[in-house]
Design a protein around this ligand. Structure first.
Ligand code: GFB
Length: 435
């Protein structure tokens, strides 16, 4: 029998358990002395980059920060290093209103197709990272905005600095480890902690990370570093690799077929199973016979009082476009309350369809999954209208560009009549690069 009290035996047991469990879940295999994590060999030289975003930020900004982190890992690996990007578990986001549901520690596979992310850079769920490495992260580097700013002109700069007030998020325990906010996942800690003042693109971290001894680094507040090349080839490769989880796409497709008379073959919206081969011809997508509307309300309506349109203004624009595109159905993606939806229904000249939000549905897909289904269905509409400056709408517009829609049917949003002219413009046509 094993004596589970010795450290070595416990490690061996954990290692065996890990291989058994992860082989099944993620496609990790034990191949001679190496572990395979999907298509990546994990060896003794492998390092782990764990990142996070300011806890208050919404889901779709988090997707943007993923691109920054993935582009950095790609950059490091391209120059001969061996890094795996560890996906921060989703904690309870402010906008996830279903408080009856435990959403702490939600894995990325609930929302995205991990095998597709892996085609860009090696990624791993945080839960798998723990299985490999235990709950102690090597070095926590808390990113802070560099106080220099533009005072000496713009320059990229990174250095260890004094901790600002957020320092209170982490403290050294009597056990010598640093404890604090790790997405409320139990028992996680860090062996070393520093605050790092930084300004520049994510690449500013590259040489800094190379000098560290730790095999795993955790970089909270990764939004402090900028995109390496916003809108460039690598940016869009990382973006295109963020394919929604298959079970959510299937659910959205079934809803389209059942309630919106919408099918890929008819709508010319077929999507290659390998995102690297998804090269749509410009204007090739037709879209289902409905108008997709993303109507962002709730906190957004307060935060953007100056520009947000009234329900009547939305209804008026929707009616114009229903007529122009000869459509008789609306798919509404929204976070608004029932009263506003009924008000809209009383104005628009078409039936509004919505993906149901029963407790059962939310339990199955979680708030984040329902939001993705909403985005997926809205992205397949013949004509789309979003909410100006909402990142939720931006992501729908990108999805439509990936499907090959005419940009005229995609980059649309409505400004309230009260908007100052310079505050609420038509969305910039950031076109997806396919290379
Ligand atoms: O995604 P997001 O960063 O977009 O945050 P904004 C909005 C969140 O609200 C989404 C929910 O992630 C969803 O959880 N939500 C919004 C929706 N619209 C819909 C919808 O049509 N369907 C469903 N199912 N859910 C910014 C935030 O939001 O707005 C900032 O990132 C801040 O933190 C600001 O709150 C006012 O860019 O629209």
């Amino acid at each position: 029998m094993f004596n589970m009290n010795t450290m070595a035996t416990r490690r061996m047991f954990l290692f065996m358990l890990l291989i058994l469990s992860t082989t099944f879940v993620l496609g990790i295999e034990n191949d001679n002395d190496e572990i395979r994590n999907n298509n990546h060999n994990i060896t003794s030289a492998t390092k782990y980059l764990i990142y996070d975003v300011n806890p208050g930020e919404g889901f779709n900004l988090r997707r943007d920060v993923y691109i920054r982190a993935a582009n950095l890992v790609k950059h490091l690996n391209d120059r001969g290093e061996d890094w795996v990007l560890v996906l921060p578990p989703w904690s309870h986001l402010y906008h996830w209103k279903s408080r009856y549901l435990q959403q702490i520690g939600t894995e990325w596979k609930s929302f995205f197709d991990i095998t597709k992310l892996n085609l860009y850079v090696p990624v791993m769920e945080f839960s798998d990272f723990i299985k490999f490495n235990g709950p102690s992260i090597g070095h926590l580097l808390y990113l802070q905005r560099h106080p220099e700013g533009f005072s000496k002109g713009w320059r990229e700069i990174i250095e260890i600095g004094d901790c600002g007030k957020e320092h209170s998020l982490y403290h050294k325990g009597e056990d010598g480890f640093f404890h604090g906010y790790f997405w409320n996942v139990e028992n996680v800690n860090a062996k070393k902690f520093d605050c790092v003042n930084v300004q520049g693109a994510a690449t500013v971290l590259a040489d800094f990370l190379k000098k560290l001894d730790a095999k795993s680094v955790f970089l909270p507040r990764f939004e402090q570093v900028q995109h390496i090349t916003y809108g460039g080839d690598e940016f869009y490769k990382a973006r295109r690799s963020l394919v929604f989880a298959e079970h959510l796409r299937i659910e959205g497709d079934q809803f389209r077929e059942k309630y919106l008379n919408s099918k890929d073959e008819n709508d010319k919206t077929t999507y290659n199973a390998d995102w690297r081969k998804q090269f749509p011809k410009e204007n090739s997508a037709l879209g289902g016979p409905y108008l997709g509307l993303h109507m962002r309300r709730a906190d957004f309506a307060y935060a953007h009082k100056e520009t947000v349109p009234s329900i009547a203004e939305i209804g008026e624009e929707v009616n114009k476009m229903l007529k122009k595109y000869k459509l008789k159905l609306i798919y509404l993606a929204t976070d608004s309350d029932e009263k506003e939806i009924q008000e809209l229904q009383s104005i628009v000249k078409a039936k509004i369809k919505k993906f149901p939000r029963t407790k059962e549905i939310i339990k199955t897909f979680k708030d984040g999954g329902v939001a993705i289904i909403d985005q997926w269905i809205a992205a397949h509409a013949r004509y789309f209208i979003g909410t100006c400056v909402s990142t939720f709408s931006f992501r729908i517009q990108e999805e439509r560009d990936i499907l090959g829609f005419n940009p005229d049917t995609t980059f649309n949003c409505i400004c309230g009549k009260q908007s100052p002219p310079d505050r609420c413009e038509k969305p910039t046509r950031w076109r997806v690069v396919f290379r």
